[in-house]
Design a protein around this ligand. Structure first.
Ligand SMILES: [Fe+2]
Ligand SMILES: [Fe+2]
Length: 489
């Protein structure tokens, strides 16, 4: 088990860190991720975190895969340098490439290993990933072609179609790295692969001064246009919101105004009955609901229901997104209280209710593209879909949600939560506890499912809530159990 803060101290004093391994365990990635997080945070460059983590992870996987390929060929007594043996071997290797653990034991009995090296340069951080498998001539040709093609492509879809090589089951990593670099305005020369004397070396240089590129795509244009032309909230909602802000307003007046709009009344009742607000009995009357929810909160709930209503009318229906949002909201509210942050529970709840509304906008603009993005995000266990959305569309669902929230005059903390629910370290310090809660709640909704990955949680978030790396799974399970118990009461 590595101690990332010790590694970081060493990096600061010596300017370089090396970590060697055969197989990248969750522990190894946690150490590397945390080290990168600490160093980028120290340089005020946390906005490069996703790019750095994704690129390093992809390069490490490629290096391990190259080693495994040799182990696999040896296991089958195939000569990797012989063209017909090579194509025979590659057929079976595809399964291994999808699940490294299949060759875990064989790998352990060899000296094949990978070294991750991170060095400080002037205004840059240099990542070097070295493995002891020399790259074959035909492999090098493929890599070179892939890099060149990825550089030439003007967008993600094109890069995916032209440079992805299904016969090798590989190549997407390199494309992804090239596209991420382009997205962050990093010169493609900063990535290179070379090989000599029994070793392969991939170098990824992260300049600390970058100018983010503005990516324009037809779908982005359409989305921006959609946001531009979104209607404002209906008259009655705006009137109710203003009433909620008044000092001496009567609850009866508010209830009667809500009841004039049956679908709004239904929505308010539904929200009041959502787990987290009440524990013992069902709320059947608007009057009761208004009292239980409270005026400040009612104002936010009106905001959430008006937004959902407008979105459902303007865009295609994607119930699974709303279901996920509702679950995130209840969890966020529960977690806020669990961590003694009752004062932010209501904002966290509403932020949860709307956090993925940008996804609906992308889904209705191009469902097939969004599905491809979700597939790749899941298969490669990326931290979130935002990074792919940025390279494929030029804007992420988080950013879209924040733009919509701004358009509807949401309070600043909600806009921040929508914008940073996948990048809580970038939130305004003032809102960071709330944004982190929504971020954690969103991750926790996957608990018990295949995509659940608590290892991606940033160390600053863990520290904020006293979560411990070595016990993260148990700690989160405990929270989930309590949440489920509360819900079933
Ligand atoms: Fe999201
Ligand atoms: Fe989400």
């Amino acid at each position: 088990m590595y101690d990332p803060s010790v590694l970081a101290d060493r990096f600061y004093s010596e300017g370089v860190i090396s970590i060697g391994f055969q197989y990248p365990s969750d522990d190894t990635f946690e150490a590397i991720n945390t080290l990168i997080e600490i160093v980028l945070s120290g340089n005020d460059r946390l906005f490069l975190l996703d790019t750095a983590l994704t690129a390093v992870r992809e390069i490490i996987f490629n290096a391990v895969k190259a080693n495994l390929k040799r182990v696999y060929f040896r296991k089958l007594s195939l000569d990797i340098n012989d063209p017909s043996d090579y194509s025979r071997g590659m057929e079976g290797f595809r399964d291994i490439a999808n699940d490294f653990s299949l060759l875990h034991d064989e790998l352990a009995s060899t000296d094949r290993s990978v070294i991750f090296r991170m060095a400080r340069g002037r205004g840059k951080i240099v990542f070097e990933i070295i493995n002891n498998s020399e790259i074959l001539k035909n492999e090098m040709e493929r890599i070179t072609v892939r890099i060149r093609k990825a550089r030439e492509c003007s967008n993600f879809a094109e890069a995916y179609e032209t440079a992805y090589d299904p016969s090798e089951g590989a190549g997407l990593g390199i494309i992804l790295i090239m596209l991420l670099m382009r997205n962050d305005g990093i010169d493609p020369e900063n990535f290179s692969v070379s090989s000599k004397s029994g070793k392969a070396v991939s170098v990824f240089t992260l300049p600390l001064e970058v100018k983010k590129a503005e990516i324009t795509t037809a779908i982005k244009e359409k989305i921006l246009d959609d946001i531009d032309t979104l209607p404002t909230f209906p008259e009655n909602i705006m009137e109710l919101q203003a009433l909620c802000g008044q000092h001496d307003v009567s609850f009866d007046l508010i209830s009667s105004k809500i009841m004039l709009d049956p679908s709004l009344a239904a929505e308010v009742l539904k929200t009041a009955n959502t787990a987290g607000f009440i524990t013992s009995k069902r709320i059947d009357s608007i009057n009761e609901a208004v009292i239980i929810i409270g005026l400040k909160n009612l104002r936010m709930i009106l905001m959430a229901s008006a937004s959902r209503k407008i979105i459902s009318r303007r865009f295609k229906r994607f119930e699974q997104v709303w279901d996920h949002c509702t679950k995130t909201a209840s969890l966020a509210r529960f977690m806020a209280i669990h961590y003694g942050l009752a004062r932010i529970a209501d904002s966290a709840f509403v932020a949860g209710l709307l956090h993925d509304m940008g996804k609906i906008v992308i889904l209705s603009a191009d469902q097939a593209l969004m599905e491809k993005i979700s597939d790749i995000t899941g298969n490669r266990r990326l931290r979130s879909s935002t990074i792919l959305e940025e390279v494929a569309i030029g804007i992420s669902h988080s950013e879209i949600g924040a733009m919509m929230a701004k358009k509807w005059n949401f309070p600043e903390d909600l806009v921040d939560a929508l914008k940073n629910h996948h990048s809580p370290l970038l939130a305004n310090k003032r809102n960071s506890a709330m944004v982190m809660i929504v971020y954690l709640a969103n991750i926790l909704t996957m608990h018990g499912k295949k995509g659940f990955n608590p290892h991606i949680i940033e160390s600053q978030v863990m520290d904020r809530f006293g979560l411990k790396r070595d016990r993260i799974a148990e700690e989160l399970k405990k929270i989930m159990d309590r949440f489920e118990r509360m819900r079933s009461r």
